[in-house]
Design a protein around this ligand. Structure first.
Ligand code: NMX
Ligand code: MLT
Length: 474
């Protein structure tokens, strides 16, 4: 059985070769035009991203596999049925489906490396309980770079060709420590004084996380968390948190710092924080309308939200133009469990889904009137009794750390001197050709962005294969 490192050792040279060829043979090839600099860069092809592609109608595919495909082929935890982040991580990094043995070996390695350094425990314990859990997570992750293998090797003058091995080591150590870190934050903020169990070396990553959170006996919730965390892992390269990590990683900041930066992008209400906002909004609706709400009442409530100038949380997307298949997968999980299907909060989510798209279409602003993953993800946690909704984005963050960021950071480090796109900041609003050989995407002036209320940045990424296909047409 090959380990993750051995598998990557085989996969990476081929990717490097593919990139080199692309650069040498097609450096001047035009891959698109910049049309929308003041529109949050929607559709701008400006990043290399190999692991996943987001189709507006079909949704996400991970190395070509849809969510139902992944549910068929990716190994689950022993005694479980749902996909787990370890098998998703393997697929995203290598493009290959791991065997159950390879998945178990990775779970074991993560469990063995899962303890937190003492100074991190002390740091987290010193945070005020009132500090938002996402702020705590981001700060503690940044501090974990005290032990960065990448940083230490860089100081000693490592060669570029060695970057990825140290990056991988940092990523594995970081992922391994996330359950203990995220659970400690939960314990300190919501259950102070409760003891934290030791990491069980025979459990998978989420099995341990659930246990540390105090829900280890709830098999159904643990399975939900496995699915949730595996599914949230990657959503191509342009989403706000992934491209933050990509940008920071490209400076050769180590993985801890890159992931920490990404977490702070995820903490915004238009991005990952939407899962807490959805629950807040649905509970307010429930409080105002009571039980047995009718579609007509929900419709009026939606209009009230829209007319007060707020967005309907959990609806709309920068790329998707159909219901998010991650939302569908979580709904299907609930459909298979009678107690979830009849849960008042899940029923309300379903009833809202029946009405909201037509209201949003009539409202006429959003390009996508359908639910995204956040429309249901937090509400299911609420049903299970995990009701502390300011914590929900931490779980989203654990997921992105598990799967997405290693890919971001590895790409950034492997392909560090790769050049993919440029535009002239003076040319706002005009059309610029994006050639493959220039590498200079200027940083926007953040003050200006907030002063003008410019939209969320969300460019489009392309895989190596897709770029190759595109430029070969020239
Ligand atoms: N409710 C009300 N108005 C909306 C909504 C919504 N759910 N979605 C978009 N709009 C408005 C948007 O504010 C914009 O208005 P204006 O012209 O006044 O600036 C207009 O519709 C056009 O926006 P779009 O091009 O459709 O959306 P965009 O790509 O700019 O933004 C989101 C995407 C996700 C930021 C946006 O749909 C939104 O704010 N949704 C609610 C928050 C949410 O659920 N975020 C979670 C996204 C998924 N995630 O996990 O990160
Ligand atoms: C994500 O999972 O990152 C969100 O759906 C937002 C996005 O893809 O832009």
């Amino acid at each position: 059985t090959k380990s993750l490192r051995e598998t990557l050792q085989e996969v990476i040279p081929a990717k490097q070769e593919q990139l080199k060829k692309l650069k040498t043979e097609h450096a001047q090839a035009v891959v698109g035009e910049v049309e929308n600099i003041i529109g949050g860069m929607r559709g701008l092809k400006a990043m290399l991203w190999d692991a996943s592609v987001l189709d507006p109608l079909e949704g996400i595919r991970f190395h070509g596999l849809s969510i139902p495909d992944c549910q068929k082929v990716l190994p689950a935890a022993p005694g479980g049925k749902e996909i787990i982040p370890e098998s998703m991580l393997w697929l995203l990094l290598t493009g290959q489906v791991p065997t159950p043995e390879q998945t178990r070996e990775l779970s074991r390695e993560l469990a063995e490396k899962g303890e937190l350094p003492k100074f991190i425990e002390e740091l987290v314990d010193s945070f005020p309980q009132t500090l938002h859990p996402m702020t705590q997570l981001g700060m503690a992750v940044a501090a974990l770079n005290h032990d960065s293998s990448f940083q230490a090797a860089y100081e000693k003058g490592m060669k570029k060709s060695e970057y990825w091995t140290h990056t991988l080591e940092d990523c594995i150590n970081l992922i391994a420590r996330l359950p203990a870190l995220a659970a400690r934050i939960y314990r300190n903020v919501y259950k102070p004084g409760n003891p934290l169990p030791a990491i069980n070396k025979d459990l998978d990553l989420v099995g341990n996380y659930s246990n540390l959170l105090g829900y280890g006996d709830n098999h159904s919730l643990t399975e939900y968390l496995r699915l949730y965390i595996a599914l949230h892992g990657d959503h191509e390269g342009g989403n706000a948190s992934a491209h933050t990590a990509h940008l920071v990683g490209s400076t050769l900041s180590d993985p801890y710092l890159s992931y920490s930066a990404a977490l702070f992008a995820l903490a915004g209400p238009l991005h990952g924080l939407a899962n807490q906002e959805v629950l807040r909004w649905q509970l307010a609706m429930q409080k105002e309308l009571g039980d047995n709400v009718t579609p007509e009442q929900i419709k009026d409530y939606l209009w009230k939200t829209l007319k007060s100038g707020q967005v309907v949380p959990g609806y709309g997307h920068g790329v998707l133009r159909n219901p998010d298949p991650r939302f569908i997968a979580l709904q299907q999980f609930c459909d298979g469990k009678p107690e979830l299907k009849s849960s008042p909060i899940i029923e309300l989510v379903n009833k809202t889904f029946q009405v909201a798209p037509d209201v949003l279409k009539e409202h006429g602003k959003t390009k996508n009137p359908y639910p995204n993953v956040d429309a249901t993800s937090g509400c299911v946690l609420y049903h299970y009794g995990l009701t502390e909704f300011k914590y929900y984005t931490v779980i989203f963050g654990v997921s992105r750390g598990n799967v997405d960021y290693p890919d971001v950071i590895l790409s950034a480090h492997i392909y560090f001197d790769c050049s993919l796109g440029s535009f002239d900041p003076a040319g706002v609003g005009t059309r610029y050709v994006v050639a493959i050989d220039v590498f200079d995407i200027p940083l926007n002036d953040v003050v200006l962005i907030s002063a003008l209320g410019m939209p969320l940045e969300r460019p489009k990424s392309l895989s190596l294969d897709a770029i190759e296909k595109l430029v070969k047409k020239d």
